[in-house]
Unconditional design. Structure first.
Ligand code: ZN
Ligand code: ZN
Ligand code: ZN
Length: 363
C-alpha cells in the first residue's frame, strides 16, 4: 500500500508557527521520518543529500536529480541538483542569513558539519522538540493506520497460537513471523524478537539457532509498517505445560500490563502509568527483574515520544499512541513480556491490540 496523502500544507503551516514560537529562522530535515511527515517524501538514505529547507517564506526540497522523479508534488518547491552541483551551497542559499537553524535529529553529521561550515554565523540546534510537538498527537487518519497495523499484528498472533514451535529454531520462527506479518496486511515487516527459554531474559534478543524445546517460555515481539505506520506487539507462549512458576510470572506481568493500560486517560502522567505496572511487579517480588520503562510512543517510528517512564511528567493527551509493555526477566531462566499499543481518546483509552493475552500453550 502506498502511504496515504495527508494535508501537508497544514502541517507545514504548523511547523512554521512552531518555528516562530521558538524564534527559529530555518528548519532543515533530511533522512528519517520528519521529512515524510511534512512532505510525504522519504529521503533515500544515501550519500547524496536530500533536504527540506523551510523558512518563514520558502519551502524547498533539495533532492538529487536522479531521485527527483520519486517526489510527489506538494506545497513546496522541488529543487533537483545535478551531479556536478554542491547541494550544501543550494541549502545555504535558501536559508540565507538565518541566525537560528533547527536540524532534524536523523541528519547525518557529515551533512551537518558541512552546513555549519557553509553558515558560520548561524546557531544550530536540534529540531527534535519542534518535530515532536507536531507528531506526538496523531490525526484521525494516522490513528486509523495504527489501528489497521495493530489488527494485522493481532492476526499474526492468532496464527502463532496454532504453530508447532517445538523443534523449530528461534530463527525459523522469526522467518515465519516476518512472512505472516506481510501476509496479514503490513507493507513490510520491521523487526521480530523470538526469545526462547533463557534467551527470554534478554529483552532485545536477536533470534538464534537455538532449538525451541518443551517447557520453554517463548517471547515473540514483532512489528511491521502499514501505510507508513508501525505495529509493535508482544505475547509470551509456553511449549506444552507451564510450571507453576511460569504461570505465576505470566500472571504478574499480565496484571501489571492491565493496570498500566487502565491508568491511561487524558491528563494521566506517564510516570504514574509506569508506576501502575511497576508497583504490581514489585509487590510480587520481581521488581529488580523489570529492567526497562513501561512503554514508548509509536507512529512513523517504532520508538518515539511519549516515553512511559518514571522521569516523564508531561501529561498525555488525546491522540497520543504508545505501548504498554511490562516484563519480568529472570537471568539464565526465562522471561515474560506482554505488549499492546494504546491510544489516548477524549475520555479514556483505546487499546489497539485485541489478541489473546493469556498464557497460550503451543506444541
Ligand atoms: Zn523493545
Ligand atoms: Zn515490541
Ligand atoms: Zn515496544
Amino acid at each position: 500500500m502506498e502511504s496515504p496523502r495527508f494535508d501537508y500544507a497544514a502541517r507545514i503551516d504548523r511547523a512554521r508557527a512552531a518555528m516562530a514560537e521558538r524564534e527559529a529562522d530555518a528548519l532543515l530535515l533530511s533522512v528519517g521520518p520528519d521529512l515524510p511527515y511534512l512532505t510525504g517524501y522519504e529521503a533515500m538514505p544515501l550519500e547524496r543529500l536530500t533536504m527540506l529547507a523551510l523558512t518563514p517564506k520558502d519551502a524547498v526540497l533539495v533532492v538529487p536529480e536522479l531521485e527527483a522523479p520519486r517526489v510527489e508534488p506538494g506545497p513546496f518547491e522541488t529543487r533537483p541538483w545535478g551531479e556536478l552541483e554542491d547541494p550544501i551551497d543550494i541549502v545555504a542559499g535558501v536559508v540565507g542569513g538565518a541566525r537560528s537553524v533547527l536540524v532534524g535529529d536523523h541528519t547525518w553529521s557529515a551533512f551537518l558539519l558541512s552546513l555549519q561550515d557553509a553558515l558560520p554565523d548561524a546557531r544550530f540546534a536540534s529540531a527534535g522538540p519542534l518535530m515532536t510537538s507536531l507528531r506526538i498527537r496523531k490525526e484521525p487518519d494516522e490513528i486509523g493506520l495504527l489501528r489497521r497495523a495493530a489488527h494485522a499484528a493481532d492476526r499474526v498472533v492468532a496464527r502463532l497460537a496454532g504453530l508447532e514451535m517445538s523443534s523449530l529454531t528461534e530463527r525459523e520462527v522469526a522467518r515465519i513471523v516476518a512472512d505472516w506479518t506481510v501476509e496479514e496486511g503490513h507493507d513490510v515487516d520491521t523487526f521480530k524478537i523470538v526469545a526462547a527459554g533463557p534467551n527470554g531474559a534478554s529483552p532485545h534478543h536477536e533470534p538464534t539457532d537455538r532449538v525451541i524445546a518443551e517447557g520453554d517460555m517463548v517471547i515473540i515481539d514483532f512489528g511491521g509498517r502499514l501505510g507508513g505506520y508501525c505495529s509493535d506487539t508482544t505475547r509470551t507462549f509456553v511449549v506444552e505445560d507451564p510450571t507453576p512458576e511460569q504461570q505465576e510470572v505470566h500472571a504478574v506481568v499480565l496484571a501489571a500490563q492491565r493496570a498500566a493500560a487502565q491508568a491511561v486517560r487524558p491528563g494521566a502522567i506517564p510516570a504514574e502509568i509506569d508506576a501502575a505496572a511497576r508497583r504490581i511487579i514489585e509487590e510480587a517480588g520481581y521488581g529488580e527483574y523489570f529492567i526497562h520503562r513501561t512503554g514508548h510512543g509509536i507512529g512513523l517510528e517504532v520508538h518515539e515520544h511519549p516515553y512511559i517512564i518514571e522521569t516523564n511528567s508531561q501529561p498525555v493527551e488525546p491522540g497520543m499512541a504508545f505501548s504498554i509493555e511490562p516484563g519480568i526477566y529472570l537471568p539464565g531462566r526465562f522471561g515474560v513480556r506482554i505488549e499492546d499499543i494504546v491510544v489516548v481518546t477524549d475520555d479514556g483509552v483505546e487499546p489497539l491490540n485485541r489478541s489473546d493475552h493469556s498464557l497460550v500453550s503451543v506444541g
